[in-house]
Design a protein around this ligand. Structure first.
Ligand code: AMP
Ligand code: ZN
Length: 146
């Protein structure tokens, strides 16, 4: 096992509030969220940078980000939109060297709350937040076309 914080989360060797997991991917709440429901999507296989990431796996990461962007709008979080973002490299403010896609729920008129969240980065009741996102994923999956 390497000393990567996100690999330890994948291996359940470090705590995290997971909202989704499959054979390839894991999604969990950001420990210092900008907004309620701020989630990180990661490939389970370690890749420090986008240049280390298999393109197919990158597509899976984005596909899950796409689902989560819908889930935060359809579940209890009732977001109106989301920012999806990858910081690739230290020059782009990447601080954890394991590729991660940020999914940051947004509400209409939340500009001031967003800026405050960017400064304070305080957690919001992780368990109820994660439950709302899981419910959103389930609601979207039920309504999904085959
Ligand atoms: P970045 O600047 O894109 O590398 O962002 C890294 C993100 O990972 C930040 O938003 C951190 O709050 C978040 N983070 C760091 N360690 C953990 C952890 N152990 N569990 C959850 N989120 C984390
Ligand atoms: Zn890793």
């Amino acid at each position: 096992m390497n000393d990567c914080a996100f690999c330890r989360i994948v291996a359940d060797e470090a705590p995290a509030t997971k909202v989704y997991e499959d054979d390839h991917l894991c999604a969990f709440l950001d420990i210092r969220p900008i907004t309620r429901g701020h989630t990180l999507v990661i490939p389970k296989r370690h890749a420090a940078r986008l240049s280390d990431l298999d393109a197919e796996l990158g597509a899976r990461v984005f596909r899950l980000g796409h689902r989560l962007a819908a889930a935060v709008q359809h579940g209890g979080l009732a977001a109106d939109g989301a920012n999806l973002l990858i910081n690739d490299g230290a020059a782009a403010f990447q601080t954890v060297d394991h590729v991660h896609l940020h999914v940051i729920p947004r509400k209409h008129g939340d500009k001031l709350r967003f800026v405050k969240g960017l400064v304070l980065r305080r957690p919001h009741d992780p368990e109820s937040t994660a439950a709302a996102i899981r419910a959103g994923i389930a609601a979207k999956d039920q309504g999904a076309q085959p």
